[in-house]
Ligand binder design. Structure first.
Ligand code: G3H
Ligand code: 13P
Ligand code: ZN
Length: 326
């Protein structure tokens, strides 16, 4: 086995986390970050609720924050967690929606402990080929790999899909066997972003396709499943954004009870990005509206960070069931 750079950074891969999540019937939260305040809130919230955590970076985040800086930010976050927060929660650094072998390799070489190769926009055979190439490289370093079958409606980086292509359960066994992936993202009706369903205010959203999830579980017993596009789009923050000058009409997400149900199944990882974005935007708008003369970024980023931390504690406790499981 080649040297594991991520271990030197104090990180773990997702293997043990998922094993415990499967046994304990909860899901590990995977929160996206692009900047220091988000990272502080994620680590602070997970340390406070004693939850394992996957901190994840998209290719867009890597471009935004700089790949070298991000790697040291993750390392710094681990040290802050151990030394200052006195917490030993397991932390996994994961590439979200990697779309090429080169990007996945680069992240592994930078010290990521887990990567996603999202070949879902390719044909089935090309998805297998690309995913296996990443798995073969990653496993030399004991880095875990997430694959994807099926397409989520909504926006994945620059790729926009109008409709879901639900995962075909008949394919999952063959895909996992031929690629060697460690976990699989499936499409059961979740979608990325803050506008997940076209419904009018007050109308209920269509339920997730638990039948597909159950069929996948039957064919892959004990295998970790991942849910993307799993923000609830918390209405309190949407209302706050609209109250303080924003315009987010009909923003709607996945009801928390459905996510709770999924977390008790083989779903071991739940991805949340949009909810964090909404919280920060709501708080920043509030400060700007209530204190228009304020111009110190700490005065608006600080409250945004605090509110995000609260959201994370609440998610881990009430939705994912990961609180207290570190
Ligand atoms: O699934 C997408 C994540 O929310 C990351 O979004 O590509 O805008 O960083 P991003
Ligand atoms: P949301 O847009 O629902 O937060 O999903 C995030 C995600 O799936 C990141 O990969
Ligand atoms: Zn995603």
């Amino acid at each position: 086995m080649a040297k594991r750079l991520y271990e030197e950074l104090g990180l773990v891969n997702s293997k043990e986390m998922f094993k415990k999540a499967m046994e304990g019937k909860y899901a590990v939260p995977a929160y996206n970050f692009n900047n220091m305040e988000q990272l502080q809130a994620i680590i602070g919230g997970c340390a406070e609720s004693n939850s394992p955590v996957i901190i994840q970076v998209s290719s867009g985040a890597r471009k935004y924050a700089n790949q070298t800086l991000l790697r040291y930010m993750a390392q710094g976050a681990v040290e802050m967690c151990r030394k200052d927060l006195k917490s030993n929660i397991p932390i996994c650094l994961h590439l979200d929606h990697g779309d090429t072998f080169e990007l996945c390799k680069s992240c592994i070489d930078y010290g990521f402990s887990s990567v996603m190769i999202d070949g879902s926009s390719h044909t089935y055979e090309d998805n297998i080929k690309l995913t296996k190439q990443v798995v073969d490289y990653a496993h030399q370093f004991d880095v875990t790999v997430e694959g994807e079958l099926g397409v989520l409606a909504g926006i994945e980086d620059d790729v926009k899909a109008e409709h879901h292509t639900y995962t075909d359960p008949a394919q999952v066994e063959d895909f996992v066997k031929r690629t060697g992936v460690d976990s699989l993202a499936i499409s059961i009706g979740t979608s990325h972003g803050a506008y997940k369903f076209k419904v009018k205010p007050g109308e209920s959203v269509p339920p997730l396709r638990f039948d597909i999830l159950e069929e996948c579980e039957k064919r892959l017993p004990g295998f970790p499943i991942v849910l993307h596009g799993a923000s609830s789009v918390v209405q309190e923050y949407v209302a706050m954004i609209n109250k303080f000058g924003g315009k987010m009409d009909n923003a709607v997400g996945i009801p928390e009870d459905q996510l709770r149900k999924a977390a008790k199944s083989a779903v071991c990882k739940i991805n949340i990005d949009s909810d964090g974005r909404l919280v920060m935007t709501a708080m920043i708008r509030k400060v700007f509206a209530e204190s228009p003369s304020e111009f110190d970024p700490r005065k608006y980023l600080g409250p945004a960070r605090e509110e995000l931390k609260k959201l994370i504690v609440a998610k881990n406790t009430n939705v994912l069931g990961s609180a207290g499981k570190a």
